[in-house]
Write a protein that binds this ligand. Structure first.
Ligand SMILES: Cc1cc2nc3c(=O)[nH]c(=O)nc-3n(C[C@H](O)[C@H](O)[C@H](O)COP(=O)(O)OP(=O)(O)OC[C@H]3O[C@@H](n4cnc5c(N)ncnc54)[C@H](O)[C@@H]3O)c2cc1C
Length: 492
């Protein structure tokens, strides 16, 4: 059986490792960039770091005893992924600079035809595979708002995920657009260097204390000497994160209580920051805590207090040669605009085009309905497995845990196919009934969660539904992915 993996981020690399471990040696991993790492390769902005504890935000089969601190910085995570490749000798299976432009299911041969554009090749190349694992990532399609006049700006502008390598912001006037998860790290990361920082905020975020701490040499040595202790620490961190879902999931008075406690904690964090009355008011969201991603920071409010920082609670409406135009008509002169404006999270797989049965493409299929099975399979797309697909994102715990659950399931599906197919050309696809049953159940639960409690967030698709997050506890997802249910699939 020949298998293609698309994408060499956390998900694709973990898939490659687990495939090989399970005895599937005939696979190829395509990565469009010249390096692995995905998110952690691309996001090199000052202050970039994880917001899930690193002992948990790491692969269970490649633990790292010497994480430098509770929330590791970007460079350390990138290094971790590179050392994972070296340790697992995955290099030979990865084809870098190989952009998969299209994947098309061939009904006659029951195979997937991948069109691959390789750097340096004359034209695209076509390869056939029996199964595809799509690990193209949820957050790597940057969004820069189409502002009138942006092209006339004399200075430079860029997205937070495309930070220019040799950028020197000393003495510069900078506009930081957005106050989401990236902006809240960039602001403190550049405030000391720049001459002036304008932070343009459309909506404030609920912010919790970060309380990161270094792991000293003592703990690092102890974890290396006693891996069991490191695993215990990891379990502790898992449950510490998991319990937070109680406040999100609409579990009646229990959730109300958790919400109230968390809100009080966030307000306490804000109140002790010493902001002026006006600034403090600008930092209180008007939506329920958790509806948009909760952010962690110990230095955001400190940054707002700096003399060279001005928070502007307004949207940018346009640009001129000199800078940014605000909603009230005021022009702020700047040399640089940093767009920390997020990603097109719900454009699943784009710009890759995926065509399934009867030539239906994934864009049309998802526009018709976001229905899916475990966020891994979608009807009409046989032998095509998604990682970090729709309905598997999290607002409270480590996505790596979800990836490993997905891999556990995918491996069982592949093993099942191998066992029953013999020499026949057949493909495995989820049945409409099983897909509807699963999707209706998770949608029913989603309606009661805080994620659909009335705010506008990047979690939502155009119709306002939150289809990218999981609406339960992660241990429920673990349970759901434990056993491959052949009766939910059609093999033809
Ligand atoms: C700044 C930032 C911080 C984050 N911090 C956290 C955090 O603290 N905690 C957390 O849980 N999550 C965080 N996330 C979410 C993060 O994206 C996931 O945690 C995780 O890294 C996703 O891994 P992935 O392998 O699914 O996707 P990615 O890391 O995006 O990797 C996908 C890979 O696929 C490649 N690719 C895509 N399309 C193609 C194609 N057509 N052909 C070939 N290759 C292709 C890409 O180049 C990329 O290398 C963060 C995201 C961002 C942007």
């Amino acid at each position: 059986m020949r298998i293609a993996i698309i994408g060499a981020g956390f998900a694709g690399l973990a898939a490659a490792y687990r495939l090989r471990q399970a005895g599937f040696s005939n696979f190829c991993l395509f990565e469009r960039s010249s390096k692995p790492g995905g998110t952690w390769r691309d996001n090199t902005y000052p202050g970039c770091q994880c917001d899930v504890p690193s002992h948990l935000y790491s692969l269970s089969f490649f633990l790292k005893p010497d994480w430098s601190q509770l929330y590791a910085p970007q460079a350390e995570i990138q290094e971790y992924l590179e050392s994972f490749i070296a340790h697992s000798q995955l290099d030979e299976n990865i084809e870098f600079n190989s952009f998969v432009r299209a994947a098309e299911f061939l009904e006659d041969s029951r195979q997937w035809r991948l069109t691959i554009e390789r750097l340096g090749d004359d034209g695209p190349q076509v390869q056939l595979f029996d199964s595809v694992i799509c690990a193209t990532g949820p957050l790597n399609r940057p969004v820069i708002p189409a502002l009138p006049g942006l092209d006339t700006l004399r200075g430079q502008y860029f997205h937070s995920s495309a930070w220019p390598q040799s950028l020197d912001l000393k003495g510069k006037k900078v506009a930081l657009v957005g106050t989401g998860a990236s902006a809240i790290q960039i602001g403190p990361g550049i405030a000391e260097t720049v001459e002036k920082l304008f932070i343009l905020q459309r909506t404030p975020a609920w912010i919790m204390p970060r309380q990161s701490h270094p792991y000293g040499a003592f703990w690092q040595k102890l974890f290396a000497a006693f891996p069991m202790l490191m695993r215990l620490h990891r379990y502790f961190l898992y449950w510490q994160q998991e319990v937070r879902a109680v406040g999100f999931l609409g579990l009646g008075p229990l959730s109300e209580m958790a919400q109230l406690l968390a809100r009080q904690m966030a307000l306490w964090h804000l109140n002790r920051a010493g902001l002026s009355r006006e600034l403090r008011a600008s930092q209180i969201p008007d939506y329920k805590l958790g509806c948009k991603r909760i952010l962690l920071s110990d230095d955001w409010y400190k940054t707002l207090r700096r003399a060279n920082v001005e928070l502007i609670p307004q949207a940018v409406v346009g640009c001129s040669e000199q800078g940014v135009l605000l909603a009230d008509g005021v022009l702020k002169e700047v040399d640089t605009i940093v767009f920390a404006t997020g990603f097109a999270a719900t454009d699943y797989f784009a710009p890759l085009t995926v065509k399934g049965l009867a030539g239906i493409d994934q864009k049309t299929a998802f526009a018709q309905s976001a229905a899916n099975y475990l966020g891994i399979c979608k009807k009409d797309f046989p032998d095509f497995y998604m990682m970090v697909g729709p309905g598997t994102g999290l607002g409270h715990n480590s996505i790596i845990f979800m990836m490993e659950c997905q891999l556990h399931f995918i491996l069982q599906a592949l093993q099942y196919k191998k066992k029953v197919s013999g020499s026949e050309k057949k493909a495995l696809r989820v049945s409409e009934k099983a897909q509807s049953r699963y999707y209706e159940a998770i949608r029913r639960r989603m309606k009661n969660t805080v994620f659909e409690s009335g705010c506008k967030s990047w979690y939502q698709s155009k119709d306002g539904f939150v289809d990218i997050l999981y609406s339960g506890f992660t241990f429920e997802y673990w349970l759901a992915t434990r056993r491959f249910k052949a009766q939910d699939f059609i093999f033809d």
